[in-house]
Design a protein around this ligand. Structure first.
Ligand code: BMA
Length: 331
């Protein structure tokens, strides 16, 4: 148990957890039962990955990226008592939306879920003449209201902060193109109403080392700590055989979260096990959610493996923060 309470939040004793294997040297370690969601998980789907989970009503709910046998992705909800075994709805989310211009659902992928005050917000890569960030709001994961798309296309990786800062909602996002985007920096946008977004600030860009030299994008919702906002992100390497999606970590200023305090100059996890190196897109570890226990400092990161599997990796907050500071480079 962590003696100091580094994470600012609540206790979550029922979250998934495994201690670090004895003799293992890295700062993140994988769940021994990975992948937690394997191929062909429900009748319509070939795979479920890059998905978001959150504590709800004493258990867990998830919003999942479900790739159909048409190869088109849509969002489904699911529930779990332990965060490991998931009962996923066979039908996709039917959003309630009173504007037919916005209600079109061509595809939907890479969801995040964030609780802010009494509402749960879902953000995802939504199609409106190309990829942009869709937003929806719910209190029960049954009645889900689709709101306005937040940005003009093209944009991906819309990741909300779990509380307002100076009265504003904040969302990290990554302007992109309509394809497999060979560039990408993280920006921060703010809003009074979750509809109109502006006052955009640059947070951090690709570059530095090759593991994050091509593009970067926010992963799970930032985690509030006494050392700043912990941001786990993906950093992409370009190779002769295509992109490699690694995980990195940064600490952002608590009051001005577009200011990067520390940022790892090496990855914290890279694709190396078969469920990360072999699948629809080889060599992808793509984090979209984290469960945290403020009392013990435990963190379980949910990530997609090879655009095919849902996986978990664990870390401990004080160890991760020490690692970030010891391998820090801000550029
Ligand atoms: C990104 C997104 C992710 C995917 C990744 C690797 O651009 O499409 O959904 O995991 O590429 O293919």
């Amino acid at each position: 148990m962590s003696a100091k309470l580094t994470i600012i939040g609540t206790s979550l004793p029922n979250m998934p957890w495994e201690d670090k294997p004895v003799g293992y040297n890295e700062v993140l370690w994988r769940h021994s039962g990975n992948p937690v969601i394997d191929t062909n998980p429900i009748p319509c789907a070939q795979s479920i990955y890059n998905s978001a989970v959150i504590p709800f009503a004493g258990a867990f709910v998830g919003v999942f990226r479900v790739d159909y046998k048409s190869c088109m992705p849509f969002l489904h909800t699911g529930t779990s008592n332990d965060g490991l075994q998931w009962d996923i709805e066979h039908e996709r989310i039917q959003f309630i939306c009173d504007d037919p211009e916005i209600a079109t659902m061509t595809y939907a992928y890479d969801p995040r879920v964030c609780k802010i005050e009494d509402d749960y917000y879902i953000t995802w890569c939504n199609c409106y003449h190309g990829p942009t960030i869709g937003v929806a709001r719910t209190r029960d994961f049954k009645t889900i209201y689709q709101m306005e798309n937040s940005y003009l296309p093209f944009n991906r990786n819309g990741v909300l902060f779990p509380r307002k800062i100076k009265g504003k909602f904040l969302m990290l996002n990554r302007p992109s193109d309509n394809g497999h985007t060979p560039f990408g920096d993280i920006f921060l946008s703010e809003s009074d109403d979750m509809i109109h977004w502006g006052r955009h600030r640059f947070v951090m860009g690709a570059g530095g080392q090759w593991w994050q030299g091509t593009k970067v994008g926010a992963g799970p919702n930032p985690i509030e700590t006494t050392e700043g906002w912990l941001l786990i992100y993906h950093g992409v390497l370009n190779t002769c055989n295509g992109f490699v999606y690694n995980m990195g970590a940064a600490l952002l200023d608590i009051d001005k979260p577009w200011k990067v305090l520390h940022r790892t100059n090496r990855y914290i996890l890279n694709p190396e096990l078969p469920y990360e190196t072999t699948g629809k897109t080889p060599n992808v570890a793509f984090p979209c959610a984290a469960l945290v226990d403020a009392l013990t400092g435990r963190i379980a990161i949910y990530y997609g493996g090879a655009d095919t599997y849902t996986c978990i990796a664990y870390t401990q907050i004080d160890e991760l923060i020490d690692f970030i500071k010891a391998n820090s480079e801000v550029f």
